[in-house]
Design a binder for this molecule. Structure first.
Ligand SMILES: O=C(O)CCC(=O)C(=O)O
Ligand SMILES: [Fe+2]
Length: 333
């Protein structure tokens, strides 16, 4: 049972029936799996190639340079997080209603860049040779992702018969961050114990995540029809973007669109191997977020899917929700 794929380039010349078919595949995949693969998204292949080149170069910077941009412990993700600095298992336990989730180690390092306009939570940029060029590239790429995110939300509005801007109006500021991640080489045996992941099972908190990955593999999503069972999500190239719904979108649609648990572990092709070292893996995600003052409550069209109590109890703003979830992922020093 693979994750469905859509080619948005086909919308350009599609007649009404073909347009409806493409949009239906998109929204139904978001509803049944929480994930969909997207090509024809408009981000040029050359820019994505350059993105992965910069990602590798950044993580090859001396540790002392990366440490000039440490992630602040509060507020949205911004800056550099060294290996061991984040535990996503703090989220999955909470989301599943487990009171004392087993904490797993995540073996990864990452850097998050937020919007240039955000002076409340400015991005700490690294200082050193090539750091200016890195910043320029990342700021341009973030702008590109914000446009694609906006476009995808328009398509979801159309596919779900929402009035114009019903989703967009809750994220008009263009909020979100680009995260580059490096998963260092790791012995497969270490991941097979179940206590260590490249990134442990979690849901994303935002609206849509746009993910680009190299060819190493290991990303898996939990089946919505078989809890606890995970299926691999591979990209045919870095140009094939993986789109997944976050908690915000699940809440706005009263659980119609699914914020599915996902994780990165050893590639399924290495299932039988016990003594190999899995090579380094790189991925880049854009995490679309709501305006900080936006409501987390369901949109009027979906509210009837919830009980009155459930409707009345969701009074948080996006900022309150994101801060609450964020606190759960900061690993104790
Ligand atoms: O590296 C990946 O493929 C997934 C990363 C991810 O799920 C995340 O950063 O939220
Ligand atoms: Fe994720």
């Amino acid at each position: 049972m693979a994750v469905a794929a859509v080619d948005l380039r086909r919308l350009e010349r599609a007649g009404p029936a073909e347009r409806e078919r493409i949009l239906r595949t998109f929204v139904e995949s978001c509803a049944s799996q929480g994930f969909v693969k997207v090509t024809g998204h408009g981000i040029p292949a050359a820019q994505l190639k350059e993105l992965f080149r910069w990602t590798r170069e950044f993580f090859d910077f001396p540790a002392a340079v990366k440490q000039t941009a440490p992630r602040p412990l509060t507020g949205p993700n911004r800056g550099y997080i060294a290996v061991g600095g984040e535990k996503l298992s703090g989220i999955s336990g909470y989301m599943k209603g487990v009171r004392d989730p087993v904490m797993h180690n995540d073996v990864k390092e990452s850097f998050d860049a937020g919007p240039a306009y955000d002076q409340v939570h400015p991005t700490p940029w690294p200082v050193g040779p090539r750091c200016h060029e890195f910043r320029d590239f990342m700021e341009d790429f973030l702008e590109e992702c914000l446009m694609v995110h906006h476009e995808l939300l328009h398509l979801l509005e159309e596919a779900m018969d929402l009035s114009h801007h019903e989703l967009i109006s809750r994220c008009s500021a263009g909020n979100g961050e680009v995260r580059i991640t490096h998963y260092p080489p790791v012995p497969v045996a270490r991941l097979k114990t179940g206590s260590t992941y490249r990134i442990s099972e979690h849901t994303d908190v935002g609206i849509l995540t746009l993910l680009f990955q190299d060819s190493v593999g290991g990303l898996e999503v939990e089946r919505q029809d078989h809890s606890g069972e995970f299926i691999p999500v591979e990209s045919s190239s870095v140009n094939e973007m993986i789109v997944n719904c976050g908690d915000t979108l699940q809440r706005w649609t009263a659980n119609y669109l699914r914020s599915a648990n996902h994780r990165v572990t050893y590639p399924q092709g290495l299932k039988e191997d016990t003594d190999v070292v899995i090579p380094a893996r790189y991925s880049v995600g854009f995490f679309g977020k709501a305006d900080m003052s936006a409501s987390m409550a369901a949109l009027p069209k979906f509210a009837s899917r919830l009980s009155q109590t459930a409707r009345d109890t969701e009074t948080r703003t996006a900022q309150e929700y994101y801060n609450y979830m964020h606190e759960r992922t900061v690993a104790a020093a």
